[in-house]
Design a protein. Sequence first.
Length: 86
Amino acid sequence: MGELSFPVASLDDAMSAIRHIRNWRVAKAGEFDAGSQYNGQLRLRLDTSLLSRPFQVNALNSSSWAQATPWMDFSFMLGDKEKDPS
């Protein structure tokens, strides 16, 4: 959910930014139990409607454009420090 949009000069720059996203809140810490392990999934999708018209046509007609990544599984656990909002 949500939207992250920023211009980059290359694919390497874009991938570097994606690998280092921090403090992206998707739920309140109070909704989780400290010390419990949770599992999640993430994938990225390309919204071709936001591309300029020539890129939209190419993206839809070319099999070389990947419009979504595979799902990535991950696990996380909140400690007492992350759970405490103060």
